[in-house]
Design a protein around this ligand. Structure first.
Ligand code: NAD
Ligand code: DAU
Length: 351
Protein backbone atom coordinates (compact mmCIF):
# COMPACT_ATOMS: atom_id res chain seq x y z
CA UNK A 1 0.00 0.00 0.00
CA UNK A 2 0.93 3.65 -0.25
CA UNK A 3 0.62 6.53 2.22
CA UNK A 4 -0.63 9.81 0.74
CA UNK A 5 -0.32 12.97 2.83
CA UNK A 6 -2.62 15.90 2.06
CA UNK A 7 -4.89 13.50 0.18
CA UNK A 8 -8.08 15.40 1.08
CA UNK A 9 -6.92 18.57 -0.71
CA UNK A 10 -7.30 19.49 -4.37
CA UNK A 11 -4.46 17.57 -6.05
CA UNK A 12 -4.12 14.91 -3.35
CA UNK A 13 -7.80 13.94 -3.63
CA UNK A 14 -7.58 13.75 -7.42
CA UNK A 15 -4.48 11.60 -7.00
CA UNK A 16 -6.12 9.18 -4.55
CA UNK A 17 -9.28 8.88 -6.68
CA UNK A 18 -7.27 8.27 -9.85
CA UNK A 19 -4.91 5.84 -8.11
CA UNK A 20 -7.77 3.63 -6.97
CA UNK A 21 -9.46 3.94 -10.36
CA UNK A 22 -6.42 2.55 -12.16
CA UNK A 23 -5.18 -0.09 -9.68
CA UNK A 24 -6.16 -1.92 -6.51
CA UNK A 25 -3.21 -1.07 -4.30
CA UNK A 26 -4.67 0.32 -1.04
CA UNK A 27 -4.13 3.91 0.10
CA UNK A 28 -3.86 5.46 3.54
CA UNK A 29 -4.61 9.18 3.39
CA UNK A 30 -3.12 11.29 6.18
CA UNK A 31 -4.60 14.78 6.22
CA UNK A 32 -4.86 17.46 8.88
CA UNK A 33 -8.15 18.61 7.32
CA UNK A 34 -7.30 22.29 7.39
CA UNK A 35 -9.69 24.71 5.68
CA UNK A 36 -8.34 23.29 2.36
CA UNK A 37 -8.85 19.63 3.24
CA UNK A 38 -12.32 18.31 2.56
CA UNK A 39 -13.60 14.80 3.32
CA UNK A 40 -16.28 15.36 0.68
CA UNK A 41 -13.54 15.17 -1.97
CA UNK A 42 -13.09 11.50 -1.03
CA UNK A 43 -16.77 10.80 -0.46
CA UNK A 44 -16.94 8.21 -3.25
CA UNK A 45 -14.39 6.08 -1.33
CA UNK A 46 -16.37 6.08 1.92
CA UNK A 47 -17.16 2.37 1.79
CA UNK A 48 -14.15 1.32 -0.24
CA UNK A 49 -12.02 -1.16 1.76
CA UNK A 50 -8.95 -0.08 -0.21
CA UNK A 51 -8.99 3.41 1.34
CA UNK A 52 -8.45 4.66 4.90
CA UNK A 53 -8.56 8.32 5.89
CA UNK A 54 -6.63 9.36 9.01
CA UNK A 55 -6.93 12.91 10.33
CA UNK A 56 -3.52 14.09 11.51
CA UNK A 57 -0.53 16.33 11.00
CA UNK A 58 2.58 15.42 8.98
CA UNK A 59 4.45 17.21 11.78
CA UNK A 60 3.22 14.66 14.35
CA UNK A 61 6.19 12.32 14.19
CA UNK A 62 4.75 9.75 16.59
CA UNK A 63 1.51 9.47 14.63
CA UNK A 64 3.34 9.13 11.31
CA UNK A 65 5.75 6.55 12.78
CA UNK A 66 2.82 4.55 14.12
CA UNK A 67 1.00 4.69 10.77
CA UNK A 68 4.10 3.55 8.92
CA UNK A 69 4.76 0.70 11.38
CA UNK A 70 1.15 -0.48 11.23
CA UNK A 71 0.54 -0.28 7.49
CA UNK A 72 4.05 -0.86 6.10
CA UNK A 73 3.61 1.25 2.94
CA UNK A 74 6.00 0.82 0.03
CA UNK A 75 5.84 4.55 -0.72
CA UNK A 76 4.92 7.90 0.80
CA UNK A 77 3.65 10.65 -1.51
CA UNK A 78 3.73 14.05 0.18
CA UNK A 79 1.09 16.53 -0.99
CA UNK A 80 0.48 18.04 2.46
CA UNK A 81 1.19 21.76 2.48
CA UNK A 82 -0.22 25.20 2.93
CA UNK A 83 -0.64 26.10 -0.74
CA UNK A 84 -2.15 29.56 -1.28
CA UNK A 85 0.27 32.41 -2.05
CA UNK A 86 -2.13 35.16 -0.90
CA UNK A 87 -2.64 33.47 2.46
CA UNK A 88 1.13 33.18 2.87
CA UNK A 89 1.35 36.96 2.46
CA UNK A 90 -1.28 37.59 5.15
CA UNK A 91 0.18 34.99 7.52
CA UNK A 92 3.38 33.09 6.73
CA UNK A 93 3.56 31.22 10.07
CA UNK A 94 1.46 28.22 9.05
CA UNK A 95 3.54 27.89 5.87
CA UNK A 96 6.78 27.71 7.83
CA UNK A 97 5.22 25.25 10.27
CA UNK A 98 3.70 22.78 7.81
CA UNK A 99 5.84 23.16 4.71
CA UNK A 100 9.20 23.30 6.45
CA UNK A 101 8.92 21.94 10.01
CA UNK A 102 6.19 19.49 9.01
CA UNK A 103 8.24 18.15 6.10
CA UNK A 104 11.26 17.80 8.39
CA UNK A 105 9.26 15.75 10.90
CA UNK A 106 7.74 13.66 8.14
CA UNK A 107 11.19 12.94 6.69
CA UNK A 108 12.48 11.91 10.09
CA UNK A 109 9.57 9.55 10.73
CA UNK A 110 9.97 8.07 7.25
CA UNK A 111 13.73 7.72 7.70
CA UNK A 112 13.21 5.82 10.95
CA UNK A 113 10.75 3.44 9.27
CA UNK A 114 12.81 2.98 6.10
CA UNK A 115 16.03 2.29 8.06
CA UNK A 116 14.35 -0.65 9.76
CA UNK A 117 13.04 -2.30 6.58
CA UNK A 118 14.49 -5.55 5.26
CA UNK A 119 16.90 -5.11 2.33
CA UNK A 120 14.40 -5.81 -0.48
CA UNK A 121 11.68 -3.52 0.93
CA UNK A 122 14.29 -0.89 1.71
CA UNK A 123 15.53 -0.86 -1.87
CA UNK A 124 12.00 -0.67 -3.29
CA UNK A 125 10.79 2.10 -0.95
CA UNK A 126 10.12 5.63 -2.33
CA UNK A 127 9.41 9.04 -0.80
CA UNK A 128 7.91 11.31 -3.46
CA UNK A 129 7.73 15.00 -2.60
CA UNK A 130 5.23 17.10 -4.57
CA UNK A 131 6.53 20.60 -5.17
CA UNK A 132 5.98 23.61 -7.37
CA UNK A 133 7.50 25.61 -10.21
CA UNK A 134 7.28 28.70 -7.96
CA UNK A 135 10.55 27.69 -6.27
CA UNK A 136 12.39 28.88 -9.42
CA UNK A 137 11.13 32.46 -9.05
CA UNK A 138 9.84 34.65 -11.87
CA UNK A 139 10.70 34.73 -15.60
CA UNK A 140 10.99 37.74 -17.89
CA UNK A 141 8.89 37.69 -21.07
CA UNK A 142 11.55 36.13 -23.33
CA UNK A 143 13.37 33.92 -20.81
CA UNK A 144 13.45 30.18 -21.57
CA UNK A 145 11.13 28.03 -19.47
CA UNK A 146 12.35 26.66 -16.11
CA UNK A 147 14.47 23.52 -16.31
CA UNK A 148 15.48 21.35 -13.36
CA UNK A 149 18.86 23.10 -13.26
CA UNK A 150 17.46 26.63 -12.86
CA UNK A 151 18.48 28.53 -9.74
CA UNK A 152 16.10 28.29 -6.84
CA UNK A 153 14.87 31.88 -6.34
CA UNK A 154 11.55 31.85 -4.47
CA UNK A 155 9.79 35.20 -3.99
CA UNK A 156 6.79 34.60 -1.73
CA UNK A 157 6.59 33.13 1.78
CA UNK A 158 4.77 30.17 0.17
CA UNK A 159 7.40 29.48 -2.48
CA UNK A 160 10.25 30.04 -0.02
CA UNK A 161 8.73 27.46 2.31
CA UNK A 162 8.31 24.98 -0.55
CA UNK A 163 11.90 25.59 -1.69
CA UNK A 164 13.08 24.92 1.86
CA UNK A 165 11.15 21.65 1.92
CA UNK A 166 12.67 20.64 -1.43
CA UNK A 167 16.13 21.28 0.02
CA UNK A 168 15.36 19.12 3.06
CA UNK A 169 14.19 16.27 0.83
CA UNK A 170 17.34 16.54 -1.27
CA UNK A 171 19.56 16.56 1.82
CA UNK A 172 17.84 13.50 3.31
CA UNK A 173 18.78 11.65 0.12
CA UNK A 174 22.38 12.82 -0.05
CA UNK A 175 23.09 12.46 3.65
CA UNK A 176 21.03 9.44 4.70
CA UNK A 177 20.39 7.74 1.37
CA UNK A 178 16.60 8.06 1.70
CA UNK A 179 15.18 7.08 -1.73
CA UNK A 180 13.47 10.32 -2.69
CA UNK A 181 11.93 11.82 -5.83
CA UNK A 182 10.75 15.41 -6.24
CA UNK A 183 8.30 16.82 -8.78
CA UNK A 184 8.00 20.56 -9.51
CA UNK A 185 4.73 21.23 -11.27
CA UNK A 186 3.11 24.29 -12.81
CA UNK A 187 -0.40 25.63 -12.02
CA UNK A 188 -3.04 22.92 -11.80
CA UNK A 189 -6.77 23.28 -12.46
CA UNK A 190 -9.68 20.84 -12.46
CA UNK A 191 -12.27 19.22 -10.16
CA UNK A 192 -12.18 19.85 -6.37
CA UNK A 193 -10.07 23.02 -6.74
CA UNK A 194 -10.78 25.23 -3.72
CA UNK A 195 -12.36 28.53 -4.86
CA UNK A 196 -9.68 30.74 -3.34
CA UNK A 197 -7.52 30.02 -6.43
CA UNK A 198 -8.01 31.89 -9.71
CA UNK A 199 -9.94 29.46 -11.94
CA UNK A 200 -12.50 28.12 -9.44
CA UNK A 201 -12.90 31.63 -7.97
CA UNK A 202 -13.78 32.93 -11.44
CA UNK A 203 -16.37 30.21 -11.94
CA UNK A 204 -18.10 30.56 -8.56
CA UNK A 205 -18.04 34.38 -8.63
CA UNK A 206 -19.39 34.49 -12.18
CA UNK A 207 -22.33 32.27 -11.28
CA UNK A 208 -22.99 34.26 -8.10
CA UNK A 209 -23.00 37.58 -10.01
CA UNK A 210 -19.94 38.76 -8.08
CA UNK A 211 -16.88 40.68 -9.34
CA UNK A 212 -14.12 38.74 -11.11
CA UNK A 213 -11.00 40.17 -9.42
CA UNK A 214 -7.99 40.60 -11.71
CA UNK A 215 -4.77 41.51 -9.90
CA UNK A 216 -2.82 44.43 -11.42
CA UNK A 217 -2.86 44.48 -15.23
CA UNK A 218 -3.83 40.80 -15.60
CA UNK A 219 -0.84 40.17 -17.87
CA UNK A 220 0.94 37.81 -15.47
CA UNK A 221 1.57 34.45 -17.09
CA UNK A 222 1.00 31.00 -15.61
CA UNK A 223 1.55 27.59 -17.22
CA UNK A 224 -1.62 25.52 -16.75
CA UNK A 225 -1.93 21.74 -16.40
CA UNK A 226 -5.11 19.72 -15.91
CA UNK A 227 -4.87 18.11 -12.47
CA UNK A 228 -5.30 14.55 -13.71
CA UNK A 229 -2.25 15.01 -15.94
CA UNK A 230 -0.27 16.05 -12.87
CA UNK A 231 -1.49 12.86 -11.15
CA UNK A 232 -0.41 10.67 -14.08
CA UNK A 233 3.01 12.34 -14.02
CA UNK A 234 3.41 11.58 -10.31
CA UNK A 235 2.44 7.95 -10.88
CA UNK A 236 5.03 7.71 -13.65
CA UNK A 237 7.81 9.33 -11.59
CA UNK A 238 6.98 7.04 -8.67
CA UNK A 239 7.20 4.06 -10.98
CA UNK A 240 10.36 4.87 -12.90
CA UNK A 241 11.98 8.11 -11.67
CA UNK A 242 15.68 8.06 -10.85
CA UNK A 243 16.41 8.36 -7.14
CA UNK A 244 17.37 11.81 -5.88
CA UNK A 245 16.22 13.46 -9.13
CA UNK A 246 13.75 16.29 -9.59
CA UNK A 247 11.29 16.26 -12.49
CA UNK A 248 9.49 19.34 -13.82
CA UNK A 249 5.85 18.72 -14.70
CA UNK A 250 3.96 20.96 -17.11
CA UNK A 251 1.87 20.97 -20.27
CA UNK A 252 3.40 23.82 -22.30
CA UNK A 253 0.29 25.94 -21.73
CA UNK A 254 1.37 29.48 -20.93
CA UNK A 255 -1.55 31.88 -20.63
CA UNK A 256 -1.90 35.44 -19.35
CA UNK A 257 -4.39 35.69 -16.48
CA UNK A 258 -6.69 37.92 -18.50
CA UNK A 259 -6.88 35.26 -21.21
CA UNK A 260 -7.92 32.74 -18.55
CA UNK A 261 -10.62 35.12 -17.32
CA UNK A 262 -12.00 35.62 -20.83
CA UNK A 263 -11.93 31.88 -21.56
CA UNK A 264 -13.91 31.06 -18.40
CA UNK A 265 -16.38 33.86 -19.15
CA UNK A 266 -16.93 32.64 -22.74
CA UNK A 267 -17.46 29.04 -21.62
CA UNK A 268 -20.03 30.15 -19.06
CA UNK A 269 -21.73 32.38 -21.67
CA UNK A 270 -22.15 29.23 -23.75
CA UNK A 271 -22.96 26.68 -21.00
CA UNK A 272 -24.88 28.77 -18.43
CA UNK A 273 -25.75 32.18 -19.93
CA UNK A 274 -26.57 35.03 -17.56
CA UNK A 275 -30.28 35.55 -16.98
CA UNK A 276 -30.03 39.13 -18.26
CA UNK A 277 -28.32 38.00 -21.49
CA UNK A 278 -25.20 40.08 -20.75
CA UNK A 279 -21.72 38.48 -21.05
CA UNK A 280 -19.94 37.40 -17.85
CA UNK A 281 -16.92 39.53 -18.81
CA UNK A 282 -18.95 42.52 -17.59
CA UNK A 283 -18.13 41.31 -14.06
CA UNK A 284 -14.33 41.72 -14.55
CA UNK A 285 -12.90 44.10 -11.92
CA UNK A 286 -9.27 45.21 -11.72
CA UNK A 287 -8.03 45.14 -8.12
CA UNK A 288 -4.79 45.95 -6.27
CA UNK A 289 -1.93 43.68 -7.32
CA UNK A 290 -0.52 40.89 -5.14
CA UNK A 291 2.64 42.12 -3.33
CA UNK A 292 5.76 40.67 -4.96
CA UNK A 293 3.60 39.13 -7.70
CA UNK A 294 5.70 36.81 -9.92
CA UNK A 295 5.29 37.91 -13.53
CA UNK A 296 5.71 34.68 -15.43
CA UNK A 297 6.12 30.93 -14.86
CA UNK A 298 6.83 28.43 -17.62
CA UNK A 299 7.85 24.80 -17.26
CA UNK A 300 10.21 22.90 -19.51
CA UNK A 301 9.03 19.31 -19.03
CA UNK A 302 11.37 17.68 -21.54
CA UNK A 303 13.22 15.62 -18.91
CA UNK A 304 10.00 13.93 -17.80
CA UNK A 305 8.84 13.50 -21.39
CA UNK A 306 12.06 12.05 -22.78
CA UNK A 307 13.27 10.03 -19.77
CA UNK A 308 9.95 8.65 -18.60
CA UNK A 309 7.78 8.99 -21.69
CA UNK A 310 5.09 11.07 -19.94
CA UNK A 311 2.67 13.22 -21.93
CA UNK A 312 -0.43 15.12 -20.75
CA UNK A 313 -3.74 13.75 -21.99
CA UNK A 314 -5.60 17.09 -22.02
CA UNK A 315 -5.06 20.30 -23.95
CA UNK A 316 -6.01 23.50 -22.17
CA UNK A 317 -9.16 23.72 -24.28
CA UNK A 318 -10.40 20.24 -23.32
CA UNK A 319 -9.32 20.55 -19.68
CA UNK A 320 -10.90 23.94 -19.01
CA UNK A 321 -14.21 22.83 -20.57
CA UNK A 322 -14.24 19.71 -18.36
CA UNK A 323 -13.46 21.89 -15.36
CA UNK A 324 -16.26 24.39 -15.96
CA UNK A 325 -18.70 21.52 -16.56
CA UNK A 326 -17.58 19.86 -13.30
CA UNK A 327 -18.36 23.03 -11.33
CA UNK A 328 -21.75 23.37 -13.03
CA UNK A 329 -22.54 19.73 -12.20
CA UNK A 330 -21.34 19.94 -8.57
CA UNK A 331 -23.14 22.92 -7.12
CA UNK A 332 -23.59 21.11 -3.77
CA UNK A 333 -19.82 20.72 -3.38
CA UNK A 334 -19.39 24.41 -4.22
CA UNK A 335 -22.07 25.45 -1.72
CA UNK A 336 -20.53 23.32 1.05
CA UNK A 337 -16.98 24.66 0.66
CA UNK A 338 -18.21 28.25 0.80
CA UNK A 339 -18.52 28.06 4.56
CA UNK A 340 -18.20 30.87 7.09
CA UNK A 341 -14.40 30.46 7.08
CA UNK A 342 -14.36 30.82 3.29
CA UNK A 343 -16.48 33.98 3.45
CA UNK A 344 -14.12 35.43 6.09
CA UNK A 345 -11.16 34.84 3.76
CA UNK A 346 -12.91 36.51 0.80
CA UNK A 347 -13.73 39.50 3.00
CA UNK A 348 -10.12 39.77 4.21
CA UNK A 349 -8.55 39.45 0.75
CA UNK A 350 -10.97 41.38 -1.47
CA UNK A 351 -12.68 43.92 0.79
P1 NAD B 1 -4.49 22.20 -1.08
O1 NAD B 1 -4.28 23.40 -0.24
O2 NAD B 1 -5.74 22.08 -1.89
O3 NAD B 1 -4.39 20.87 -0.19
C1 NAD B 1 -3.45 20.71 0.81
C2 NAD B 1 -3.89 19.56 1.70
O4 NAD B 1 -2.89 19.36 2.72
C3 NAD B 1 -5.21 19.83 2.42
O5 NAD B 1 -6.03 18.69 2.36
C4 NAD B 1 -4.79 20.11 3.86
O6 NAD B 1 -5.77 19.75 4.82
C5 NAD B 1 -3.54 19.25 3.97
N1 NAD B 1 -2.61 19.70 5.01
C6 NAD B 1 -2.20 20.97 5.24
N2 NAD B 1 -1.35 21.01 6.29
C7 NAD B 1 -1.19 19.71 6.70
C8 NAD B 1 -0.44 19.09 7.71
N3 NAD B 1 0.35 19.80 8.54
N4 NAD B 1 -0.51 17.75 7.85
C9 NAD B 1 -1.31 17.01 7.03
N5 NAD B 1 -2.08 17.55 6.08
C10 NAD B 1 -2.01 18.89 5.89
O7 NAD B 1 -3.21 22.12 -2.02
P2 NAD B 1 -3.05 21.52 -3.48
O8 NAD B 1 -3.29 22.60 -4.47
O9 NAD B 1 -3.80 20.24 -3.57
O10 NAD B 1 -1.47 21.24 -3.50
C11 NAD B 1 -0.96 19.98 -3.05
C12 NAD B 1 0.53 20.01 -3.16
O11 NAD B 1 0.92 20.27 -4.50
C13 NAD B 1 1.19 21.12 -2.32
O12 NAD B 1 2.37 20.62 -1.77
C14 NAD B 1 1.47 22.22 -3.34
O13 NAD B 1 2.60 22.98 -2.93
C15 NAD B 1 1.78 21.40 -4.57
N6 NAD B 1 1.49 22.05 -5.85
C16 NAD B 1 0.30 22.65 -6.09
C17 NAD B 1 0.03 23.20 -7.35
C18 NAD B 1 -1.30 23.84 -7.67
O14 NAD B 1 -1.43 24.44 -8.74
N7 NAD B 1 -2.31 23.74 -6.82
C19 NAD B 1 1.02 23.15 -8.35
C20 NAD B 1 2.25 22.55 -8.05
C21 NAD B 1 2.47 21.98 -6.81
O1 DAU C 1 2.67 27.53 -10.04
C1 DAU C 1 2.20 26.56 -9.14
C2 DAU C 1 1.41 27.23 -8.05
O2 DAU C 1 0.17 27.63 -8.61
C3 DAU C 1 1.19 26.33 -6.83
O3 DAU C 1 2.42 26.04 -6.25
C4 DAU C 1 0.29 27.03 -5.81
O4 DAU C 1 0.01 26.15 -4.73
C5 DAU C 1 -1.00 27.40 -6.50
O5 DAU C 1 -1.85 28.11 -5.60
C6 DAU C 1 -0.73 28.28 -7.73
O6 DAU C 1 -0.20 29.57 -7.35
P1 DAU C 1 -0.64 30.92 -8.08
O7 DAU C 1 -0.40 32.05 -7.17
O8 DAU C 1 -0.09 30.99 -9.45
O9 DAU C 1 -2.23 30.60 -8.22
P2 DAU C 1 -3.53 31.51 -7.99
O10 DAU C 1 -4.69 30.72 -8.49
O11 DAU C 1 -3.60 32.05 -6.60
O12 DAU C 1 -3.27 32.73 -8.97
C7 DAU C 1 -3.08 32.52 -10.36
C8 DAU C 1 -2.81 33.85 -10.99
O13 DAU C 1 -4.02 34.64 -10.93
C9 DAU C 1 -1.77 34.68 -10.25
O14 DAU C 1 -1.01 35.42 -11.20
C10 DAU C 1 -2.57 35.62 -9.39
C11 DAU C 1 -3.84 35.85 -10.20
N1 DAU C 1 -5.07 36.09 -9.42
C12 DAU C 1 -5.38 35.21 -8.44
C13 DAU C 1 -6.52 35.37 -7.68
C14 DAU C 1 -6.87 34.43 -6.56
C15 DAU C 1 -5.90 37.14 -9.75
O15 DAU C 1 -5.62 37.92 -10.68
N2 DAU C 1 -7.03 37.30 -9.01
C16 DAU C 1 -7.38 36.48 -7.98
O16 DAU C 1 -8.43 36.72 -7.32
Amino acid sequence: MILVTGGAGFIGANFVLDWLAVNDEPVITLDKLTYAGNVENLHSLQNDPRHTLVQGDIGDRDLVAQLLATHQPRAVINFAAESHVDRSIHGPGDFIQTNIVGTFNLLEAVRGYWSGLAATEKAAFRFLHVSTDEVYGSLAKDDPAFTESNHIEPNSPYSASKAASDHLVRAWHHTYGLPVLTTNCSNNYGPYHFPEKLIPLLIVNSLAGKPLPVYGDGQQIRDWLYVKDHCSAIRRVLEAGRLGETYNVGGWNEKANLEIVHTVCSLLDELRPRADGQPYKEQITYVTDRPGHDRRYAIDARKLESELGWKPAETFETGIRKTVLWYLDNSDWVAHVQSGAYREWVQKQYA
